[in-house]
Design a protein around this ligand. Structure first.
Ligand code: NAD
Length: 365
């Protein structure tokens, strides 16, 4: 089959890590007889340099014409780059917020998975790391406290700030459906994280999510208060399969979930809309400190491409082949500098891409 992929290399290490993900996708194409057609899209700092703004209408148009978008990262050194002398709405990261809005990406998916070979980097207790974990956080991305009405004014003679946490049933229903669809392809369990003992919005989340659950009888739904969830993620992360939560709780918990894996260079992410369309990118930033040196870890971007195969193209076997190829390369002790440990072999960004693509082509995994 043919698939159209919009490619946003972006800034810093972005072009290097996207190049390796494309290499791996092309290996998938070769092995499984698919054709991936790429359209280059400028966004972030490189778009500012060319067009004066971080996101052009042309970039949005090209993204919308694609079946999915693969992104590297945008932004530069926030202390030294001239991009950060611009007003906030003209800086590289404004491009990211703009494209999320234009593409109506309301569900953010972040897997949290511990590679057995990287257990030593896991900051959790040894027994917890030994047991391993593999869960995915589904965070609502376009509603809640960050998008509700806010203001600061003097009330009763005191300066007072108000932020509004607002959700309607449609916003909850569409993201809860995503969570259940994902659970269907995994271990069939959804944990809704909320603060239903205090917040009305959380009680609505429970009501609507229970309605969604009724449409998926083979999937278990349980509930957890957010304060408890923050503890359970470090105490017993193996209990989770799909964690569904609203915007702010997800913002905080997804960073906690990233931290326990021990390496930012390994973590993929996806942002989805109501169709099969998604934007796929590594969880890390543009790492300007190592840009252009061919030493960045491309695995998070490669695994983001694997998520694209699964969630946007329904190519589960192909997606699994990429994940298995990454595991095989890890098992052989091949490492980029950020995940290097004694007895392993240190390779460059492009060599890591070559190894993973090679494993995919071999077809043994
Ligand atoms: P960062 O994630 O870019 O870097 C933090 C540290 O992790 C650095 O030491 C970096 O070298 C390392 N690192 C990150 N990714 C790596 C990889 N793949 N391989 C090896 N090492 C890696 O975070 P930061 O320094 O806070 O931000 C740098 C820039 O990235 C800023 O302009 C920021 O706004 C931007 N940013 C963009 C996104 C995005 O595009 N989605 C996300 C986060 C940060």
């Amino acid at each position: 089959m043919d698939f159209k992929i919009g490619c946003i290399p972006g800034d810093g290490i972005g072009p290097e890590i996207v190049r390796e993900a494309r290499k791996v996708l092309d290996a998938v194409g070769e092995r499984f007889s698919h054709r991936f057609v790429y359209t280059e899209i400028d966004m972030g700092g490189c778009s500012i340099d060319k067009y004066g703004i971080p996101l052009t209408d042309e970039a949005i148009k090209k993204s919308l014409e694609s079946d999915a978008v693969l992104m590297g990262s945008v932004g530069g050194n926030t202390a030294t780059s001239p991009w950060y002398k611009l007003p906030p709405e003209k800086r590289p990261e404004a491009g990211l917020l703009g494209i999320r809005k234009a593409l109506k990406l309301f569900a953010n998916l972040r897997p949290s998975f511990l590679f057995p070979e990287l257990k030593a980097a896991c900051p959790l207790r040894e027994q917890v790391a030994e047991a391993g974990f593999d869960f995915i956080m589904v965070r609502e991305l376009t509603g809640g406290l960050y998008f509700g009405e806010r203001y600061t004014k003097v009330i009763d003679g005191k300066e007072t700030a108000v932020d509004t946490l607002i959700y309607n049933e449609d916003e909850i229903r569409r993201v809860s459906k995503k969570a259940f669809e994902i659970a269907e392809k995994r271990r069939k369990k959804v944990t809704l994280v909320d603060k239903a003992n205090v917040l009305d919005s959380s009680r609505l989340w429970r009501k609507i999510t229970a309605q969604t659950a009724a449409e998926y009888p083979d999937i278990e739904l349980d509930y957890m208060l957010v304060d408890n969830a923050a503890m359970q993620i470090v105490k017993d992360p193996a209990q989770f399969d799909v964690v569904l939560t609203e915007n702010m709780f997800g913002d905080i918990l997804s960073d906690e979930a990233a931290q326990i894996t021990g390496s930012i260079g390994m973590l993929p992410s996806a942002s989805l809309n109501e169709t099969k369309f998604g934007l796929y990118e590594p969880s890390g930033g543009s790492a300007p400190d190592i840009a252009g040196l061919n030493i960045a870890n491309p695995i998070a971007t490669v695994l983001s491409a694997a998520m694209m195969l699964k969630y946007s193209f329904d190519l589960s076997e192909e997606s699994a082949a990429v994940e298995e190829a990454v595991k095989a390369v890890m098992a052989e002790g091949i490492r980029t500098g950020d995940i290097m440990s004694e007895g392993c072999r240190k390779v460059s960004t492009s060599e890591m891409g070559d190894y993973i693509a090679g494993k995919v082509k071999e077809g043994k995994c």
